[in-house]
Design a protein around this ligand. Structure first.
Ligand SMILES: [Zn+2]
Length: 47
């Protein structure tokens, strides 16, 4: 998977938010974070 902002390599990591822990993709170049919820929202925007 590549970053949609800069095209860099993304790493699958665990994140710790105040609400709950979650897994997502973080760009090692620019720091862009994409998690499962964001991906689902993006794919549903056309509907
Ligand atoms: Zn990036």
């Amino acid at each position: 998977m590549n970053c949609n902002r800069c095209g860099g390599l993304m790493a699958y990591e665990k994140f710790y938010s105040p609400v709950e822990d979650f897994f997502g993709w973080r760009c090692i170049s620019c720091g862009e974070i994409v998690d499962q919820v964001i991906l689902e929202n993006r794919t549903r925007q056309r509907g």
